[in-house]
Design a protein around this ligand. Structure first.
Ligand SMILES: *[C@@H]1O[C@H](CO)[C@@H](O)[C@H](O)[C@H]1NC(C)=O
Ligand SMILES: *[C@@H]1O[C@H](CO)[C@@H](O)[C@H](O)[C@H]1NC(C)=O
Ligand SMILES: *[C@@H]1O[C@H](CO)[C@@H](O)[C@H](O)[C@H]1NC(C)=O
Ligand SMILES: *[C@@H]1O[C@H](CO)[C@@H](O)[C@H](O)[C@H]1NC(C)=O
Length: 394
């Protein structure tokens, strides 16, 4: 007992060092659940052995009051989602995500974050709805802040959101809700061309983790050439997953607060010359699929049915296939497992997939099984474990 008391402060400080702000550094293998597909892909269809966290995509705030007010149908799906996953074995954590890539009104988030009273309405109702439906956390998917002013407002939103989450946890005696956000693959960017940079200090401080969307680098908006839309390395440009993730770390977000985005879909082009098929080959239009997008299951079927040639490209860590004038750039099991290796080597916290129902018999989602349980935890963590072990030996 005396030995244990002597060790106690040491153990506590080691545990704190390992856990950052008191959170466990356990690896994250996450995925977004597309709620609009719930008829064909109900929550019970999720293989929970493959994911530690599942996000419900998406809810939006009311466009005038900025309150989160799910309809009764949505409310029952939310309850079904969390109840199903809580009973699953193992039970992943659930997060309720706000926003998404298909928000029709581009002024919605900019207006919401622009005023303190609007932010508060959003934050408080988000917490209330999250708790009422038994979620473990909340997630923001704002694609994307457009100006430096919007980035400043985002910083205010995150600060206030974290404060309200702390207050709510203290008042209810419950574990605080997780708070996360999906972000652009690179912390700073020029579009339109307007320069903006994420409030990285705020992101690092107030979020449990940020999830760079490491995909959509090329697509239907440029039909002049084929592209690997989620490549890990690009010898010719900085538009790549390796560049984006390193930039987030260099900008000051610790690697253990970054969760790498992985696509379960491909982007397609129509080749100009069916004999010129490399990445960056001349193209004239989008290829198969709505807006030149095929999910993994669809593109695998397309490749098989049409006898497409499949090429794994080592330089970029991506895969493409072609047949006739159709060309598809995507990730397969090999590129995904290589990227997961990159995430591990850089000390990232984990990865997430967009989106759950796009896989084919969990082929791609399963790649994490081989990689991420071997993540290098901070060294202090191993020390803690051996001290505890030592105590039990005594
Ligand atoms: C809010 O949404 C409604 C219904 O979709 C729409 O008619 C209205 O124009 C929107 N208001 C604003 C301020 O965007
Ligand atoms: C979720 O909904 C499905 C379909 O309506 C139902 O069969 C299932 O029992 C529900 N699960 C829970 C946990 O409520
Ligand atoms: C890539 O970014 C670095 C700085 O991080 C810059 O020096 C370099 O010129 C950029 N390369 C391209 C091709 O834009
Ligand atoms: C593609 O190459 C083959 C064999 O070299 C040739 O017969 C064919 O005409 C070429 N097709 C086009 C569209 O250039």
């Amino acid at each position: 007992m005396a030995t244990f008391l002597l060790l106690l402060p040491l153990l506590a400080s080691l545990a704190a060092a390992a856990g950052g702000q008191g959170h466990s550094p356990s690896p994250i293998k996450a995925a977004y659940y597309p709620s609009w597909a719930s008829e064909t892909f109900p929550p019970a269809a999720i293989d929970t052995t493959l994911f530690t966290h599942v996000y419900y995509a998406f809810l939006l705030p009311n466009n005038l009051t900025f309150l989160i007010q799910p309809s009764s149908d949505t409310s029952s799906l939310l309850r079904n989602f969390t109840a199903t996953l809580r009973r699953a074995s193992p039970p992943p954590k659930t997060l309720l995500s706000f926003g998404g890539g298909a928000v029709a009104d581009p002024t919605l988030f900019p207006r919401m974050v622009s005023r303190q009273d609007y932010r508060q309405a959003f934050i408080r109702s988000a917490i209330e709805v999250g708790r009422a439906h038994d979620f473990d956390g909340l997630d923001l998917d704002w694609e994307f802040p457009k100006t430096e002013t919007e980035m400043k407002h985002l910083a205010q939103l995150l600060r206030e959101w974290r404060r309200e989450i702390r207050i709510e946890a203290r008042e209810t005696g419950r574990a605080p809700l997780l708070l996360t956000a999906a972000v652009y693959f690179n912390p700073e960017f020029n579009w339109d061309p307007v320069y903006r940079k994420y409030p990285v200090r705020s992101v690092a401080r107030h979020l449990d983790w940020a999830s760079p969307m490491c995909f959509d680098y090329r697509g239907a908006w440029d039909t002049s050439a084929t592209g690997a839309h989620a490549l890990l390395y690009d010898p010719n440009s900085n538009i790549s997953t390796s560049y984006g993730l390193r930039s987030w770390i260099q900008a000051g977000v610790p690697s253990h607060k970054l969760v790498m985005g992985l696509p379960l879909y491909g982007r397609t082009w129509q080749l100009k010359d069916p004999n010129v098929t490399w990445i960056g080959a001349p193209a004239v239009a989008t290829g198969p699929g709505d807006l030149g997008v095929l999910n993994f299951k669809e593109l695998e079927d397309f490749n098989a049915k049409n006898g497409a040639t499949v090429v794994y490209d080592h330089t970029t860590v991506s895969t493409y296939s072609y047949v006739g004038s159709s060309w598809i750039g995507y990730d397969d099991a090999k590129s995904i497992s290589t990227k997961i290796g990159f995430a591990k080597d850089h000390g990232l916290r984990g990865y997430f997939f967009w989106a759950l129902s796009f896989d084919s018999e969990w082929k791609i989602s399963k790649q994490g099984e081989f990689g991420f349980h071997l993540i290098n935890l901070p060294k202090t963590r191993k020390v803690t474990i051996s001290f505890v072990f030592f105590y039990f030996l005594l």
